[in-house]
Ligand binder design. Structure first.
Ligand SMILES: [Zn+2]
Length: 386
């Protein structure tokens, strides 16, 4: 009876929330699907919109922090091409943390119990359908009907976002250890850590890409995802992690996070020994070709590619065959990965604060995107609710 009463109270709370917010305007960073130059202010703007209404299977989430990173800048750079390809006008923002503020009418009791109003959460950026062949074969990251938050579906550079409940994960274990604000700050990095976790430890067929503690690892690119790979690999017992990165400030951060060596890519030919794992977090296929040609990939190594850049390079197939190395593509954070990332963050074995360069407002985020003023680390956009 007690539980039913609590649910009734929560339900009344949600109704009164919508009654209160019905006419309230909330801010969102919108990218319009128009074939014009990215710098035109009319194309990219902070707008006031009504509070979004959750669909039957969705949660309404009050956003606390959203992550601004390389993916956002690339999205703006390629906006004209993507608009011509049919992508819609969207609210940007693919990774975030926030507080559940309401839910759709179709959510069952299990979901309502997991995500009561007030629950701190983060979410997967790939919104998978659950019905196509890959989804039904437990390969949801490669859904044939996928939508991507902030890319093809309204995202989280906004005061409110709606996301299917099946894509959301509670940050409560992190809140219990670090308090609410730190949990929300670090929870907004779940996109980078989730992708890094999948690159290192899991694949769709239940394998682990051959991960073994004691491995030697080379990371290409020390942006937020590359740094998250470094942080996770160190915490999970890698013997040595080395980094190739163009930007000196990022190389410095990589050393702070425990990289044994952080070099500019032009110094790649000075690297010694062989690597059990190569993780390309920046999109540098020519460097992978160079490593294969230089026989710097250990027998049975996995070479994981995470960056959607459209670049290509020619490989010597003989180098792959004679080493038994595998080229592996990795995208998304679905499959229970975010739950494990949250648990790892809660143990204190990771250093997420080193990935964050600064915290800015939504209006400043707009200016950065208009000026294409990138940052050497992750920028958090703090919303009025945080
Ligand atoms: Zn699917």
């Amino acid at each position: 009876m007690q539980i039913e009463k609590q649910r009734e109270e929560k339900s009344r709370g949600v109704e009164s929330f919508f009654a209160q917010k019905k006419d309230q305007a909330v801010k969102a960073l919108r990218l319009h699907a128009e074939d014009s130059t990215p710098q035109e202010a009319a194309r990219l703007s902070v707008e006031e919109l009504p509070v979004p209404q959750p669909a039957a299977d969705e949660l309404l989430i009050r956003v606390s922090y959203s992550g601004l990173g390389g993916g956002d800048f690339r999205r703006v750079e390629t906006a004209s091409r993507l608009a011509r390809a049919g992508l819609p006008t969207v609210t940007m923002g693919h990774e975030f943390s926030g507080i559940v503020a309401g839910y759709g009418s179709g959510l069952n009791e299990d979901f309502r119990a997991q995500f009561g109003v007030g629950t701190p959460i983060t979410a997967e950026e790939i919104l998978w359908c659950g019905a196509c062949g890959p989804c039904r074969s437990a390969q949801t990251n490669y859904c044939e009907n996928l939508r991507v938050l902030g890319f093809s579906s309204d995202g989280a550079h906004a005061e409110y976002v709606t996301v299917p409940a099946k894509n959301c994960w509670s940050l409560q274990p992190l809140v219990d250890q670090l308090g609410l604000d730190s949990a929300l700050r670090f929870g907004s990095l779940s996109g980078a850590y989730g992708l890094a976790y999948r690159a290192l430890f899991t694949d769709e067929r239940g394998g682990a890409h051959g991960w073994l503690p004691g491995d030697r690892i080379l990371i290409l690119g020390a942006g937020p995802v590359g740094l998250a790979v470094l942080d996770l690999a160190r915490a999970a017992g890698a013997a040595e992690v080395q980094v190739l990165e163009v930007d000196p400030a990022r190389r410095h951060t990589a050393r702070e996070l425990g990289a044994a060596l952080a070099l500019a890519p032009e110094d790649a030919d000075t690297l010694g020994g062989k690597y059990d794992r190569v993780i390309d977090a920046t999109g540098a296929p020519e460097l992978i070709a160079q490593l294969l040609d230089g026989k710097k990939v250990a027998a049975g190594a996995a070479i994981s590619m995470l960056a959607h850049t459209g670049l290509s390079a020619a490989y010597q197939t003989e180098a792959l065959i004679s080493s038994g190395a595998r080229l592996v593509g990795v995208q998304g954070q679905a499959g229970g990965v975010l739950e494990r990332v949250v648990r790892m963050l809660a143990t204190g074995c990771l250093q997420p604060e080193k990935l964050i360069r600064e915290t800015i407002t939504l209006e400043t985020a707009l200016q950065r995107l208009l000026q294409q003023k990138k940052c050497e680390g992750k920028i958090l956009v703090q919303h009025g609710n945080a």
